[in-house]
Design a protein around this ligand. Structure first.
Ligand code: HEC
Ligand code: HEC
Ligand code: HEC
Length: 122
């Protein structure tokens, strides 16, 4: 008897969960995966780089400003560098530092532009 009640409760909970998830997908598409809010990137011999992902998403809004050059996948920058599809420091030079310098020159709020404000020595 007790077992039956638990099973039914579980079944109802499961049904509700399925309906809610299905409702999401049906009404508005599944919620997009925005990735981690804070990401630590590899920075070779200069040391790791802390990257506030969510803050950039809020500030820049267009995901493709960055993701046109690499897919939305954890560790993909290092993966593409290993495969020779991205040069070492390419993202650093063509995205991070380039944009920060441009913003700074325009008198807008920007991110760091010197080596040791991005890289933390191991
Ligand atoms: C300023 C650059 C930049 C912008 C803008 C940006 N991302 Fe990312 N995103 C990154 C970097 C860097 C990584 C980490 C790649 C790696 O680990 O090699 C990443 C990783 C991801 C991942 C993989 C999961 C993870 O946490 O590593 C997802 C999913 C993702 N981004 C989604 C998005 C979405 C959705 C948007 C737009 C709303 C967006 N990103 C905007 C730079 C950016
Ligand atoms: C705005 C942040 C930022 C600044 C400023 C910056 N870097 Fe980087 N650096 C990164 C990121 C992110 C990566 C990893 C992605 C890549 O290789 O493009 C990286 C990668 C590297 C690598 C590893 C390349 C490899 O794959 O072996 C070295 C070495 C490096 N940076 C040195 C420097 C030096 C020297 C300076 C100063 C002249 C500097 N960085 C300034 C963010 C930065
Ligand atoms: C297209 C422009 C753009 C690109 C590309 C970009 N940033 Fe930024 N970044 C900004 C702006 C704008 C800010 C200032 C954000 C604010 O006002 O909150 C910023 C701020 C930062 C900060 C400082 C956050 C703080 O706490 O003050 C760091 C660290 C940073 N960026 C790292 C990176 C790294 C690493 C990359 C490359 C993977 C990168 N950014 C790529 C525009 C960019």
């Amino acid at each position: 008897m007790t077992i039956r009640i638990i099973t039914r409760k579980k079944l109802i909970a499961l049904l509700i969960a399925m309906l809610t998830a299905g409702g999401w997908a049906w009404a508005s598409g599944a919620p997009p995966n925005r990735g981690a809010a804070e990401i630590i990137l590899e920075g070779g011999t200069s040391g790791k780089v802390a990257f506030p992902h969510q803050r950039h998403q809020e500030k820049l809004t267009d995901c493709n400003i960055c993701h046109a050059a690499f897919p939305q996948k954890t560790g993909i920058i290092e993966e593409l560098k290993t495969q020779g599809k991205l040069a070492k420091k390419q993202i650093m030079n063509e995205q991070c530092t380039k944009c920060h310098k441009e913003k700074k020159q325009a008198g807008e709020k920007a991110g760091p532009t010197t080596c040791t404000t991005c890289h933390v020595k191991p």
